[in-house]
Design a protein around this ligand. Structure first.
Ligand code: NAD
Ligand code: TYD
Length: 356
């Protein structure tokens, strides 16, 4: 087990990062400090952490509004808190946005990661008990046909600006380990779902549109396949890696839970019908096939035997229960939805998706 004391979480105001911070305080016995460094883009919402801030703010939880691309600002955070562990979630994360505007993805995901690596390399020179954990995605491996899985050693074949920028950052992290000996670990995870996911990704878009009885936009023929994992199962895997993962190694994390988009949307209609006491067929009639995403990857599927065998991790949330928990969370948190939507979300969707 590594000794972790002052953990810098980047992107902790986003979907997975904020769930990770909740997870650390509620589900682990970690007793050190957590510093959330986030520049609060459209996807970063400090409200996600209100409860943590009220209970631990100023003692074990700290928020620093800073951009990972700003070397001086990020270095000051390393120094102020004597950071010994970085868990790097911060990124531009949405494939559709990367298609319409790739520049932010290159800047944050590649240059931002490079800048953090440079700070870690200099700040941790000659220090033991330090670790840079990089959070990545299965999308770096490309697209699968009907069969097969992504393994840790599957050659990279990214196809969207998002996945290409993540692939590039993965390579940089490995290069810093290989060339400079920076202690790193990496993880490549499949699609996450759960509370606090920004309403631009498939599951929250569908939940909200079903609730508001709006068209449910399914891209292309709806037969693209994703492997879904409940967000806290991702977080428990990351926690296992930063505690016990082998330095320099990469671990795949997945749900072993493949769904065609159209089947998943139908299940959401059925679940929402039960919660809202409506006719499921009425909701299913809202399904609208729209123009496909350019370069849309067909199928992702992760083999995660390595982390299971080596670190004893396994998924704990069954998809049925996880989806119900997620639907309930969105139904019970209308204020959160209103707040994130009042930002740039609506304008962006209108600008880029009108006429689809
Ligand atoms: P998100 O978009 O919800 O959150 C990203 C966070 O990063 C936001 O809080 C944002 O403000 C912050 N951020 C963006 N640019 C920044 C910058 N330049 N400086 C500082 N902060 C910045 O993303 P997410 O879905 O929580 O994804 C988190 C990480 O997990 C990403 O690295 C993503 O590639 C990876 N990942 C996501 C999924 C998924 O299904 N969502 C799956 C696998 C891997
Ligand atoms: P998304 O949640 O954007 O994740 P990713 O592209 O990173 O896998 O999309 C998941 C799948 O759902 C993907 O195949 C695209 C599809 N999709 C739709 O059909 N309609 C939508 O409105 C969205 C957001 C996604």
């Amino acid at each position: 087990m590594r000794k972790l004391t002052n953990i810098l979480v980047t992107g902790g105001a986003g979907f997975i990062g904020s769930n990770f911070i909740h997870y650390l305080f509620k589900d682990t016995d970690f007793d050190g400090r957590i510093i959330n460094m986030d520049s609060l883009t459209y996807a970063g919402n400090p409200e996600n952490l209100t409860e943590i801030d009220e209970n631990f703010g100023g003692s074990r939880f700290f928020f620093e509004k800073a951009d990972i691309r700003d070397y001086d600002a990020a270095e000051a955070v390393f120094k102020k808190y004597d950071v010994d562990t970085v868990i790097h979630f911060a990124a531009e994360s949405h494939v559709d946005r990367s298609i319409f505007g790739p520049k932010d993805f290159i800047d944050t995901n590649i240059s931002g990661t490079f800048s953090l690596l440079e700070i870690a390399r200099s700040f941790w020179e000659n220090r033991d008990n330090v670790l840079f954990h990089h959070i990545s995605t299965d999308e770096v491996f490309g697209s699968l046909g009907d069969t097969g899985f992504f393994y840790e050693n599957t050659p990279y074949d990214p196809r969207s600006p998002y996945s290409a920028s993540k692939a590039s950052s993965d390579h940089l992290v490995r290069a810093y380990n290989h060339t400079y000996g920076l202690p790193v670990t990496l993880s490549n995870c499949s699609n996450n779902y759960g509370p606090y996911q920004f309403p631009e990704k498939l599951i929250p878009v569908m939940i909200m549109n079903i609730k508001e009885e709006k068209p449910l936009p399914v891209y292309g023929d709806g037969k693209n396949i994703r492997d879904w994992l409940y967000v806290n199962d991702h977080n428990s895997a990351v926690w296992a890696i930063v505690n016990s993962g082998k330095t320099g190694e990469t671990y795949n994390i997945g749900g072993e839970n493949e769904w065609e988009n159209i089947k998943l949307v139908n299940v959401l209609c059925e679940k929402m019908a039960v919660f809202l006491n409506k006719d499921k067929e009425y909701y299913k009639k809202l399904i609208t096939y729209v123009k496909d995403r350019p370069g849309h990857d067909r199928r992702y599927a992760i083999n995660c035997d390595k982390i299971k065998k080596e670190l004893g991790w396994k998924q704990s949330v069954d998809f049925n229960a996880g989806l119900e928990r997620t639907v309930q969370w969105y139904l019970q948190n209308q204020d959160w939805i209103d707040h994130v939507r009042s930002g740039d979300y609506r304008n962006w969707i209108e600008k880029n998706y009108s006429g689809r």
